[in-house]
Design a protein around this ligand. Structure first.
Ligand code: MN
Length: 563
């Protein structure tokens, strides 16, 4: 099939034929699933997932990631069910696709700029498998490349979101090539005119200076040969338009001030060579005070390693030099994705996974030893080993809560008055018991009743200090002894036959809360002729239960109560 050709070529470079065949099956499923759909560019929709898969194949990612990329939009946009993916490609692939779909859904939530950091954290926390994020980043890259075909307004929204959310994630994972591409494409899409002017100026400037650059390179080369360091390769560093633009804007520099620094990268074949090359250069041109950075001994928080130094040259312009090994260079471009790369002959299917985990562990240790760990531990550890959940309020505000937090914790996190008056919760628009544990990405709406009171049994499941102390404080001020209340409850199952009426479920929960009943389960089912509500509640003895049943019977629409 014609769209598969280019992708196959990339896959043949590193995958065994049987795995390519499996990828092809995924391609066929994608073609079938997206049949008849087109992109805003007018092309068949399937060209998009194929392009995303191709981006990842160029990075040699394992076949599961490539399959997930091909299928990344089928759960969202087609009739394919997750079970079908499990049957055809296994649970891991299905989970990857599911993870990417969940991230895609969140794009429609409102996001204030100040929330971007939390949002990034949430994305990381939601992705148990880091490959979900890698696929999402590639998806976003292809969307950014095809921005030309969408409306001005949508373009602005996508670019802002990319620069606020996805570029920092790429940066954190060390996927520099992605970050740079986002910035360049975003700059061009938002400011086409500025971009054009700048591009022309850069071209002219580098044209004028190419003679000097060549001369400097020759001198450096001669110096290394003189010191017996032959294996070094030079790269003149390209300056990116967005980075020039943001330096001019943020540091108030003129174009020539930004441009008048030459950048060279020297790639060598061992760590030892990095330091020897550095020594040779420092005894040749004088290094600029305080501009030397040893990121090999102390890597940046995303694992980036390199030596950085700035030298004075006889030409009156400073020279920025980066010295690193080939593998450091690859890591600087691709970050964590470089560790996910599939290698023929890997001992187990999880080998790449283990390498990526190992990498995270290694940089953790390196950073700890280097004593500059705080920022890194803060970011990556909580990102990749999540102990927090991030949930939305109905207005799109994000709250950070500890793992295991319930709807009651959420209510108290907003305000103690909301906690004290809460009677029920709608989680992703579904009525759920207040004791439900929340998960990242959910939208939680708290339903309140003016006459509601806190329930002492909540203390059995809340996890946040705020909720605990607020509930205790309430009972202290009301002079109710808690020990009389907690854990004396009786758990009761009941089924209500009810008429189909909107708001009925809310009425039930309000009535129960007014009677201080803790609801541990609520389940509503509806057939076309009748509806029923299954409840598990905790009451304080028989008398209390009788009161509860009496009150429930009075609710308009409750037909029958079964035990
Ligand atoms: Mn997509």
């Amino acid at each position: 099939m014609r769209y598969f050709k280019k992708l196959r070529k990339e896959l043949e470079k590193y995958l065994e034929p049987d795995l390519i065949e499996l990828v092809y099956q995924a391609y066929e499923l994608a073609v079938r699933a997206h049949y008849g759909q087109t992109r805003h560019t007018g092309e068949p929709y399937v060209t998009h997932p194929v392009a995303v898969a191709t981006i990842l194949a160029k990075m040699h990612l394992d076949h599961q990631t490539i399959i997930a990329a091909l299928l990344h939009d089928v759960l969202e946009d087609t009739l394919i069910e997750k079970q079908e993916l499990i049957d055809s490609f296994g649970v891991e692939v299905a989970d990857l696709v599911d993870g990417v779909s969940k991230l895609t859904l969140m794009e429609f939530e409102t996001k204030a700029h100040a929330q971007a950091e939390n949002f990034r954290k949430m994305i990381m926390a939601m992705a148990q498998d880091i490959r979900v994020i890698i696929v999402k980043l590639a998806d976003r890259l292809h969307n950014m490349r095809t921005l030309g075909a969408v409306s001005q307004e949508k373009r602005r929204r996508v670019v802002t979101e990319t620069l606020d959310i996805y570029a920092p994630i790429a940066n954190r994972l060390g996927m520099n090539a992605f970050r740079v591409a986002y910035e360049e494409l975003g700059f061009e899409a938002l400011y086409p005119r500025r971009c054009r002017v700048l591009r022309k100026a850069v071209k002219q400037f580098t044209g004028n200076r190419s003679g000097i650059l060549k001369e400097i390179e020759d001198q450096l080369n001669a110096r290394l040969i003189e010191c017996g360091l032959l294996s070094a390769a030079f790269e003149s560093r390209q300056k990116y338009l967005y980075s020039i633009y943001s330096k001019m804007r943020d540091k108030h520099l003129s174009f020539s001030e930004v441009m008048d620094i030459y950048g060279f990268r020297i790639i060598v074949d061992s760590v030892d060579m990095c330091y020897r090359v550095l020594g040779a250069l420092h005894t040749f041109y004088k290094p600029l005070h305080q501009r030397f950075k040893d990121y090999i001994a102390i890597p940046k928080s995303n694992g980036y390693q390199s030596l950085h130094t700035t030298l004075f040259t006889p030409y009156g312009v400073p020279l920025e030099i980066q010295i690193r090994t080939e593998s450091m260079n690859e890591l600087a471009e691709r970050g964590i994705a470089a560790h996910w790369a599939y290698k023929t002959g890997d001992p187990s299917p999880n080998a790449a996974h283990l390498r990526a985990r190992e990498w995270i562990k290694n940089i953790l240790e390196l950073q700890q030893n280097a004593g500059s760990s705080l920022e890194f531990i803060e970011s990556v550890k909580t990102d990749l080993f999540p102990h927090e959940v991030y949930v939305f309020t109905p207005r799109g505000k994000i709250l950070e809560l500890p793992e295991g937090a319930t709807a009651v914790d959420f209510a108290y996190a907003i305000h103690s008055d909301i906690g004290n008056k809460c009677v029920a919760a709608k989680i992703d628009k579904k009525m759920m018991p207040l004791s439900t544990c929340l998960q990242s990405g959910q939208t939680v709406e708290i339903i309140r009743a003016p006459s509601a009171l806190p329930n002492p049994t909540w203390l059995n499941f809340v996890v946040t200090g705020k909720a605990k102390s607020s509930i205790r404080h309430y009972f202290k001020t009301q002079q109710i002894t808690l020990s009389d209340k907690v854990d004396t409850h009786l758990s009761v199952n009941m089924v209500l036959d009810v008429a189909k009426r909107s708001g009925l479920l809310a009425d039930v929960t309000i009535v129960l809360s007014q009677l201080r009943v803790n609801i541990t389960r609520v389940d509503a089912t509806e057939t076309h002729e009748h509806a029923e509500v299954k409840l598990t509640v905790q009451v304080d003895g028989r008398q209390h239960l009788a009161q509860v049943i009496k009150a429930l019977r009075k609710i308009n629409g409750v037909l029958k109560i079964r035990r």
